[in-house]
Write a protein that binds this ligand. Structure first.
Ligand SMILES: Nc1ncnc2c1ncn2[C@@H]1O[C@H](COP(=O)(O)OP(=O)(O)OP(=O)(O)O)[C@@H](O)[C@H]1O
Length: 230
């Protein structure tokens, strides 16, 4: 279980069409397991880029990211994928559920072709119950509300018992009340499982509930405040 992620002078630039976009500029940040951190800032400020680097989905152009002191991104692709499977769960604004699979089957997808010590079907049922969807096990995504679909996506993100949950605007497609309930669920998971949660949001009220608020602008960290959660 990774307890600490450190970014040192992390840079990320994208090249294309003869243009270079600098998405992150010398970012220094430390994340501790168990914290709930909100990442806020205007569109294009580098929030999603930061999440995908922290989640090992992409590599920085400069600087260093270490996980309990280890440079995971130096490993080969399959070792990085194993690391991601063990440690990281992702939640996206668009849910990204497979439309032809039931809720249960969607939750099972990260476990396909993985060897685990637990019973996969029992585990998938357990997490669906944990997110309050015991009675929707066999429903297709089209038969579920937006909030319920995001719950399925959260169940899928935690089925492999990750120690970190990275969420990119998890409530962005939901109305305020449903969004708040999804946040409460994330908070519950943080308290019960002790996982670190990093979420990007445009909603100041939601950000105010986190332990810590990181504000980004033009690829730099503008402020990093430890707050008293409301
Ligand atoms: N794959 C990519 N190729 C080229 N440029 C990219 C790529 N991904 C991000 N960028 C650029 O990097 C900058 C930061 O983008 P990023 O998506 O991280 O911002 P964001 O803060 O998450 O924005 P939003 O709130 O709109 O989601 C932007 O200028 C964006 O256009």
């Amino acid at each position: 279980m990774i307890k600490q992620i450190i970014c040192q002078q992390v840079e990320k630039s994208f090249k294309g069409d003869g243009m270079k976009t600098v998405a992150l500029k010398k970012v220094d940040l430390t994340f501790e397991i168990g914290e709930i951190t909100a990442i806020v800032g205007p569109s294009g400020s580098g929030k999603s880029t930061l999440l995908s680097l922290l989640g090992t989905l992409d590599k920085p152009s400069g600087g260093l990211i270490t996980y309990d002191g280890e440079e995971v991104l130096k490993k080969n692709k399959s070792k990085i994928a194993d690391f991601r499977f063990q440690e990281i769960g992702f939640i996206f604004q668009q849910f990204h559920l497979l439309p032809t699979l039931t809720a249960l089957e969607n939750v099972l997808t990260p476990l396909f072709s993985r060897k685990v010590s637990y019973n996969k079907l029992e585990r998938a049922k357990e997490v669906l119950e944990q997110v309050g969807l015991k009675d929707k096990t066999n429903s297709l995504p089209s038969q579920l509300s937006g909030g319920q679909q995001q719950r399925v996506a959260i169940a899928r993100a935690i089925v492999h018992k990750p120690s970190w949950l990275l969420a990119d605007e998890p409530t962005g497609n939901l109305d305020t009340e449903t969004g708040e309930r999804i946040y409460d669920l994330l908070k519950e998971l943080n308290e019960q499982e002790g996982c670190g949660i990093l979420f990007v949001t445009h909603d100041p009220a939601l950000a105010a509930k986190a332990n810590r608020i990181i504000t980004m602008k033009d690829g730099v960290v503008l402020s990093d405040k430890v707050g008293v959660p409301s």
